[in-house]
Design a binder for this molecule. Structure first.
Ligand code: HEC
Ligand code: HEC
Ligand code: HEC
Ligand code: HEC
Ligand code: HEC
Ligand code: HEC
Length: 496
C-alpha cells in the first residue's frame, strides 16, 4: 500500500486507511462491535445475571472497540505522515462542501453512525452503571474477599436489598466516591493486598440517615416484639431450653405512639453521642446525652480519665445496634440450636449439641480441611451410628455459611451489637459502670432486665404454656447470675 505516486485528482483520504495497521484496527473494532451486540442481547435476555458477562459486555467489549478505532486512526496518521514527507504540499486542505451530493451522503452516513454509536454507548453506560451497583458485582466479582458478606447476605432480612443501598446510598457524589474507593479496593484485590478480615465498622460509612432511612422510617412505632430463643443445653440429653421474650422496642415519636423503649436512642430530638477507644467500637467508656431542651448528661466508666474531645465523637444511629442486618455470621451455638429446633439435627443423639458446636468452633486452615475434619471428628465420636451422616452434612453447611477461614471472617471477627449474650452489645454502655459526672446515682443501667424486655415464658415443654405478662426472673440454666459479670465473659457463641 503506497500512495506516494498517486495523482490528486483521484485522491481520497480513505486511502490513508489502506494499510495493515488500520485494517487490523478496523477489523478489531467491527468484531468488537458485533461481539458487544451479541453479548448485550444475551445479557438482556438471560434469565439470570452473571457478573463476568456484565464485565465482558460493558467494559471489555467497548474497550476493545475503542482500541480498534484508535489503531485504525493511528495507521492512517502514520500513512499520511509518510505521504506528506514523500510529497510535501500535495495533500489538499480539508474542505467540506455540502452542496456536493457525494459529501452530503458521507455526512449523512457519518451522522447516522454517530447517533447509533452514542445510543448504544448511552444504553451501555446506563447498564454498566447498574451493573457496578448490582449485588452480582459487589458480591461475586471480588470472589474471595466479599464471599463472607455475600453468603451471609443471601440469608439475611435484606437479601432483596442491593449492597449499594446500604454501602453507597443515593446521590451522584456518593456514587463517584464509591467508584473511586472501589477502584482502589479492586487494585488491592488484584495485588492480593487487602486486610483479612475486612475491617468493620466500615470507616466513612454514610450515616444511617442517608441509607437505612431511605427505606425505614425513624418515627415508626414498633412497640413490643415477641421473640423465641430456642436453645439446647450442652448436656448429654441436649435438654431444650427456650426463652420467650417480649422485647420493648417502643418508638420515639409522640405522634405515633408512646415515646420510650429501645428505640428511645433514635429519638430525633434527643442526641446520644459516644467515644469508642477501639477500632471495632466494642469499648465505649464515654457517652453524652443531649435532651431536646439542651440539658446535657455525660456518662463515663471509672477508668476513663481522658478528654473525650481528643477522640472521634460519634453520634449514635441505627448502625450502632443493627450492625449485622446486612450480613450476619451466626455463632456456632445459635446455628446449631436453630438446626436442632428445626429437626435438621436429631436432638436424640447424645451430646450432639456440645459436639457439633465443638467441631465448628475449632480453627481450620481452609474450607476443605474444615469439611474433612468436621466429618472425621463427628464420625469418631459416633461410631456405629448411621444417623450421624446426615448430621455431618448439616454441620458442614453451617460452617460454609458462617465461617470463612481464608478471610478470617466469623462471628468472632464481626460481633453483633443487638443483644448482650455472646458479645457485649447493649452492655457496652448498659453495664452499671457508666456513671453521670454530676449525679453519681445516675447511670446507664443493666441491672433492671425489664427495661428492655420481659421474659414471658421459659424452660421446656409445658413450662412454655405458663406465660407471665409482668415477666419472670430469668432462670439461668448456668446457675445464679453474678450481676458484676457480663454474659459475654462466659458465653462467646462457640463454647458452653
Ligand atoms: C442492610 C444494609 C446492608 C446491606 C444490604 C449490605 N451491607 Fe455490608 N455492611 C453494612 C453495615 C451496617 C456494615 C458495618 C458493619 C459494622 O459496623 O460492623 C457493613 C459492613 C460490610 C463490610 C465490612 C466487613 C464486615 O463484614 O463488616 C463488607 C465487606 C460489606 N459490608 C460488604 C457487603 C456486600 C458485598 C453486600 C452485598 C452482597 C453488603 N455488604 C450488603 C450494611 C449492609
Ligand atoms: C432498600 C431498602 C432498605 C434499606 C436501604 C435498608 N433496609 Fe432494612 N429492611 C428493608 C426491608 C424491605 C425489610 C423487611 C424485610 C422483610 O420483612 O421481609 C427490612 C428489615 C429490616 C430490619 C428487621 C430485621 C429482622 O430481623 O426482621 C431491620 C432491623 C432493618 N431492616 C434495619 C436496617 C438498617 C439498620 C439499615 C441501614 C444499614 C437498613 N435496614 C437499610 C429495607 C431496607
Ligand atoms: C439501641 C439500639 C438500637 C438502635 C439505635 C436502633 N435499633 Fe432498631 N431495634 C433494636 C432492637 C434491640 C430491636 C428488636 C430486637 C431484634 O431485632 O432482634 C430492633 C428492631 C428493629 C426493627 C424490627 C422491627 C420488626 O418489626 O421486626 C427495625 C425495622 C428497626 N429496629 C429499625 C431501626 C432503624 C431504622 C434504626 C435507626 C433509625 C434503629 N432500628 C435503631 C435496637 C436498636
Ligand atoms: C439494655 C437493654 C437490655 C438489658 C438491660 C437486658 N437485656 Fe437481655 N436482651 C436485650 C436484647 C435487645 C435482647 C435480644 C437480642 C437479640 O434479638 O438477639 C436480649 C436478649 C436476652 C435473652 C435471650 C438471649 C438468648 O439468646 O437466649 C436473655 C435470656 C436475656 N436477654 C436476659 C437478660 C437478663 C437476665 C438481663 C438482666 C440481667 C437482661 N437481659 C438485661 C436487651 C437487654
Ligand atoms: C452508646 C451507648 C449505648 C448503647 C450501645 C446502648 N445504649 Fe441504651 N441507653 C444509652 C443511654 C445514654 C441511655 C439513656 C440513659 C438516661 O440518660 O436515662 C439509654 C437508655 C436506654 C433505654 C431506656 C429508655 C427509656 O425509655 O428511658 C433502653 C430501653 C435502652 N437504652 C436499651 C438499649 C438496648 C436494647 C441496647 C442494645 C441493643 C442499648 N440500649 C445500647 C446508651 C446506650
Ligand atoms: C459465669 C458464667 C456465666 C455467665 C456470666 C452467664 N452465663 Fe449463661 N450459662 C452459663 C452456663 C455454664 C450455662 C449452661 C450451658 C449449657 O449447659 O449449655 C449457661 C446457659 C445459658 C443459656 C441457655 C443455653 C445456651 O447456651 O444458650 C442462656 C440462654 C444463658 N446462659 C443466658 C445468659 C445471659 C443472658 C447471661 C447474662 C445476663 C448469662 N447467661 C451469663 C454460664 C454463664
Amino acid at each position: 500500500m503506497n500512495n506516494n505516486g498517486k495523482q490528486f485528482s483521484q485522491f481520497s483520504r480513505l486511502a490513508f486507511f489502506r494499510n495493515w495497521i488500520s485494517l487490523t484496527g478496523l477489523l478489531i473494532a467491527v468484531s468488537a462491535f458485533f461481539a458487544f451486540l451479541l453479548l448485550f442481547v444475551l445479557d438482556s435476555f438471560a434469565p439470570f445475571s452473571n457478573p463476568y458477562m456484565g464485565l465482558l459486555t460493558y467494559f471489555v467489549a467497548p474497550a476493545v472497540l475503542l482500541f480498534g478505532l484508535l489503531l485504525g486512526l493511528l495507521g492512517a496518521w502514520l500513512e499520511r505522515r509518510a505521504f506528506a514527507h514523500a510529497a510535501p504540499g500535495r495533500i489538499p486542505p480539508l474542505r467540506i462542501d455540502l452542496s456536493q451530493p457525494g459529501q452530503r451522503r458521507v455526512m449523512g452516513i457519518f451522522a447516522v453512525g454517530a447517533v447509533l454509536l452514542l445510543l448504544v454507548t448511552a444504553v451501555g453506560s446506563y447498564r454498566s452503571y447498574h451493573f457496578t451497583e448490582s449485588v452480582g458485582f459487589c458480591g461475586r466479582m471480588c470472589h474471595t474477599v466479599m464471599r463472607p458478606e455475600y453468603t451471609a447476605y443471601l440469608h439475611s432480612p435484606h437479601a432483596k436489598v442491593e449492597c449499594s443501598a446500604c454501602h453507597v446510598g443515593p446521590g451522584a457524589e456518593a456514587f463517584v466516591r464509591a467508584k473511586l474507593q472501589g477502584t482502589h479496593q479492586l487494585l488491592g484485590v488484584l495485588r492480593g493486598n487487602y486486610p483479612k478480615p475486612v475491617p468493620a465498622p466500615v470507616k466513612n460509612m454514610r450515616s444511617a440517615h442517608d441509607t437505612c432511612l431511605e427505606c425505614h422510617w425513624e418515627k415508626r412505632y414498633i412497640g413490643i416484639l415477641d421473640r423465641n430463643y430456642a436453645h439446647f443445653l450442652a448436656d448429654k440429653d441436649n435438654t431444650p431450653y427456650t426463652v420467650r421474650l417480649l422485647i420493648n422496642v417502643g418508638g420515639c415519636d409522640p405522634d405515633h405512639g408512646p415515646v420510650g423503649g429501645i428505640h428511645y436512642h433514635m429519638n430525633v430530638a434527643r442526641k446520644i453521642e459516644f467515644v469508642a477507644t477501639d477500632e471495632r467500637r466494642q469499648v465505649i467508656p464515654w457517652v453524652r446525652v443531649t435532651e431536646a431542651d439542651g440539658a446535657v448528661t455525660e456518662y463515663r466508666s471509672p477508668d476513663f480519665k481522658a478528654d473525650p474531645s481528643k477522640f472521634a465523637i460519634r453520634r449514635m444511629d441505627c448502625l450502632d445496634c443493627h450492625n449485622r442486618v446486612g450480613h450476619q455470621l451466626h455463632t456456632p451455638d445459635a446455628a446449631v440450636d436453630l438446626a436442632m429446633s428445626l429437626g435438621k439435627i436429631d436432638p436424640a443423639l447424645p451430646s450432639i449439641k456440645k459436639n457439633a458446636v465443638a467441631v465448628l468452633a475449632k480453627i481450620y486452615a481452609s474450607d476443605k480441611e474444615a469439611a474433612e475434619k468436621i466429618a472425621a471428628g463427628l464420625a469418631e465420636q459416633y461410631p456405629n451410628e448411621p444417623r450421624i451422616h446426615a448430621v455431618v452434612g448439616v454441620v458442614q453447611d453451617i460452617y460454609r455459611q458462617n465461617i470463612f477461614p481464608d478471610m478470617k471472617a466469623s462471628w468472632q471477627a464481626y460481633p453483633d451489637n443487638v443483644g448482650h449474650k455472646d458479645s457485649a452489645g447493649c452492655f457496652r454502655c448498659h453495664d452499671n459502670q457508666h456513671v453521670s459526672a454530676t449525679d453519681k446515682k445516675k447511670m446507664i443501667q443493666a441491672g433492671d432486665c425489664k427495661a428492655c424486655h420481659i421474659i414471658f415464658a421459659q424452660g421446656k415443654g409445658a413450662d412454655l404454656n405458663k406465660g407471665s405478662a409482668s415477666g419472670m426472673t430469668f432462670a439461668h440454666p448456668g446457675g445464679d447470675l453474678d450481676p458484676s459479670m457480663k454474659c459475654s465473659e462466659c458465653h462467646n457463641g462457640g463454647s458452653l
